[in-house]
Ligand binder design. Structure first.
Ligand SMILES: Nc1ncnc2c1ncn2[C@@H]1O[C@H](COP(=O)(O)OP(=O)(O)OP(=O)(O)O)[C@@H](O)[C@H]1O
Length: 342
């Protein structure tokens, strides 16, 4: 084990920035050789540079969003971080371990959740899947029981433990999968689209759980998502990857500024009215009515601004019935970031 293994200790709000990288990538590359038919008999070999020289560090206890359009290289990065794939070039360490060389040793220190796939046994009740993991990871009995109890309580799994996985809803299964990834107390958790397809309540449960896990245990979390609300609520830092390269590393607000992106207030009024417009007041953010349909209005405002003062003013000046805030699409933010670049 080399010096990379000495982190900053985690805990305490979970966003420690100091210390060396707990996860370190230095010029990491992954090139796939793809063969495809180029005629009746001819086959063509082509290289796909899925990850093209990525360098970053994540400190112990950080919670970082890792986002990008489809095919950007996110899953390939995560597969290299777990040791499933071997990099074609560069240097990569997780907790001081070279993942592809010591995959089994690393497996005891990391947890992985792929939103689109389950690691649970389809025909078994959740509890039996957990028992199998207990044995597979050789988790000490007491630790296993404590971790299971905690996950059952915080992820609301009590009623589900005896239900076969195939009968669970997507949101229930996802909570079951997150618990499975945490039974062995991993120091690092990779989450690939953990809220995909979940309803609002399940999303809120998963996010709250991850927040608590990070704050109480100092678990380092790398989160891939298409839902910017996940990032907004969980991560102070976000990295954007596109075509295998790191395009941005900073705060979500900074990303919105770079992309000059907008959020949307969707407002339902008591009656049909002309488009809402607020008289300029102080240095408040601008609000732009983009659509009116009956009593519903769509109002765009800069994504880096807070919605609260705008909501307060609309509520004071208009007969407001209901309101929601919509985040911009990740693809749109990234596209605008390119447009805005000099
Ligand atoms: N095993 C493979 N063989 C060949 N090409 C691959 C392989 N795995 C991924 N790729 C290619 O590498 C690129 C990056 O894929 P990757 O799955 O990492 O993207 P992603 O950012 O996770 O996308 P998504 O959001 O759609 O999951 C894509 O062009 C993909 O087609």
């Amino acid at each position: 084990m080399d010096g990379d293994d000495q982190g900053t200790g985690g805990g305490g709000g979970g966003q420690s920035a100091g210390g060396g990288g707990f996860i370190t990538l230095d010029g990491v590359e992954k090139v796939f050789q793809v063969r495809r038919r180029a005629g009746l008999l001819r086959r063509e070999r082509r290289e796909v540079r899925a990850v093209d020289g990525i360098s970053f560090e994540v400190a112990r206890g950080e919670m970082v969003g890792y986002i990008g359009p489809n095919g950007a290289g996110k899953s390939t990065t995560i597969k290299m971080l777990t040791g499933i794939l071997t990099p074609s070039g560069g240097r990569l360490r997780v907790a001081g371990i070279d993942p592809s060389r010591e995959r089994t040793r690393l497996a005891h220190r990391i947890g992985v959740v792929f939103g689109q796939r389950t690691t649970l046994w389809w025909d078994l009740p959740l509890r039996d899947s957990y028992r199998l993991m207990h044995r597979m990871y050789r988790i000490p009995d007491r630790r296993y029981r404590e971790n299971l109890d905690r996950c059952v309580e915080l992820l609301d799994l009590g009623e589900l433990l005896e239900v076969p996985v195939r009968q669970l809803s997507l949101g229930q299964r996802m909570r079951g999968d997150i618990a499975a990834a945490l039974l062995h107390d991993p120091e690092v958790l990779y989450l690939d689209e953990p809220t995909i397809g979940l309803d609002v309540i399940s999303k809120a449960k998963v996010r709250q759980f991850l927040k608590e896990l990070n704050a109480e245990r100092g678990t380092t979390v790398l989160l891939t998502t298409h839902d910017l609300t996940d990032i907004e609520q969980l991560c102070r830092r976000v990295m954007v990857i596109d075509h295998g390269r790191l395009m941005y590393d900073g705060s979500l607000a900074g990303l919105h500024e770079a992309g000059e992106s907008e959020r949307m207030l969707v407002v339902d009024l008591e009656r049909e009215l002309p488009p809402i417009s607020l008289a300029p007041e102080g240095a408040g953010p601008g609000l732009r009515a983009v659509k009116v349909e009956g009593v519903r209005q769509w109002l765009a405002f800069p994504a880096s601004a807070s919605a609260a003062p705008l909501v307060a003013r609309i509520a004071a000046e208009y007969p407001l019935m209901d309101l929601s805030v919509r985040e911009p699409d990740i693809e749109a933010v990234i596209a605008r970031m390119y447009e805005a670049a000099p």
